[in-house]
Structures are given as C-alpha cells and as structure tokens.
Design a protein around this ligand. Structure first.
Ligand SMILES: O=C(O)CCC(=O)C(=O)O
Ligand SMILES: [Fe+2]
Length: 195
C-alpha cells in the first residue's frame, strides 16, 4: 500500500454538532433528483445520488449528463464559507454525492476535466458512514487507500488528478449513508459559453 504526498486529510474539520446537523439536512431536506439518466440512447442508473451547485455563469462538462446546475442552498453556502476560511482559497462549485449505503459507490476516475485548469485543488468533505477513498497511480497501478471519517476534509492537491485515479468502492457490509461534498474551482475563461 502506498502513501500519496498530494493527499492531506484534516480530521475533525467539522465538530460533532455540525456533522449531525449537516448530515440531517442532506439526508432529509436536500432535494435529490432521480439517478437514472440516458446517454447515447441508452438508459443508465448512477450508483449514488448527486447534485451539482455553482456560481452563476459556471458550466462544467462532467462525464455524465445528469448535472443540472443548481443554486447554492443556505447549508451549502455555510459549509463553503467554512472550507474557504480554513484554506484561504475560493471555490465556485460543489458536487454533492449521497451514498445511500455500501451498495452505492463511485468508480475509478480522475477529476481532470479541462475546465478545472492545469492544477486543480479539490477539497472533499465527508459526513456519515466512514468509507475509504481508494487511489491508484495511472503509470504503474501502485495503489493505496485512505479512510474518510465523518467531519474530515480531504485536500487533493495538484498534481494528484494528473497522476492518480480514485474511487469509493462498493462495500455491502455498510448499511448507513455517507454524504460527500467536493468543492471545485471551474475556470471561467475555459468554461463553455452559456447557450
Ligand atoms: O465520495 C468521495 O469521497 C469522492 C467523490 C469523488 O471522487 C467525486 O465526486 O469526484
Ligand atoms: Fe473524484
């Protein structure tokens, strides 16, 4: 198992009270769209629930076409402020994932879309069930994993997305939900014009 210099885990970024109220919001009040989608004439089911929120004018060509851009909710804005204050760094968008139990997962990928720029910093906040982030080096498949406790903030610093892929594997022993927020900064200059 290898370590990865570009990953930094801040445990206890949120205290237990914040974890509890934010988790309650995402599980009971956040609006989750249907996770079925069509692509190239076929029907797919995303193995988790997902929403995408961004500042006005930000567009992102994520690989599935589920991502309708939604406005920031009060809870998302409050969490963004906490993350930005801690890191002294600004984010203009967030992808919210809801893993309803261990059947839900995200497959191997890198968040390396051109709109994220050459050297993206992505900040990833976890709430609820502890799941591992698995990572493997693209060149030689060296692999490792990092457990992401509730309330932790994982920094994926450049050039992590260039050299590594990551996933949150399925684990059917897990019966409870996990929420993950990945704060991103989509470059306006590269974003596609609004049509
Ligand atoms: O749930 C996680 O910890 C990671 C999610 C992720 O990789 C993504 O949204 O791009
Ligand atoms: Fe990712």
């Amino acid at each position: 198992m290898v370590a990865c210099d570009e990953l930094e885990l801040i445990e206890g970024f949120l205290d237990a009270e914040d974890c509890g109220r934010f988790l309650d919001y995402f599980l009971h009040r956040h609006e989750w769209p249907d996770n079925r989608y069509a692509f190239a004439g076929r029907q797919f089911v995303l193995p988790r629930l997902q929403t995408w929120h961004a500042d006005a004018g930000i567009r992102y060509s994520y690989s599935n076409n589920l991502l309708v851009t939604r406005p920031w909710t009060d809870t998302l804005s409050a969490i963004r402020r906490k993350v930005e204050n801690r890191l002294a760094y600004r984010f203009n968008s967030v992808l919210v994932n809801h893993y309803r139990n261990g059947d839900d997962f995200v497959g191997w990928h890198a968040d390396n879309e051109p709109e994220l720029g050459e050297s993206p910093l992505i900040a990833s906040l976890s709430l609820g069930a502890v799941r591992p982030l698995a990572f493997q080096r693209k060149s030689n498949m060296e692999a490792g994993q990092l457990l992401l406790p509730s309330g932790s903030l994982l920094l994926m610093r450049p050039p992590f997305q260039s050299h590594w892929q990551h996933s949150v594997p399925r684990d059917q022993r897990i019966g409870t939900a996990r929420i993950n927020l990945t704060f991103r900064n989509v470059c306006r200059a590269l974003a596609a014009p609004v049509q």
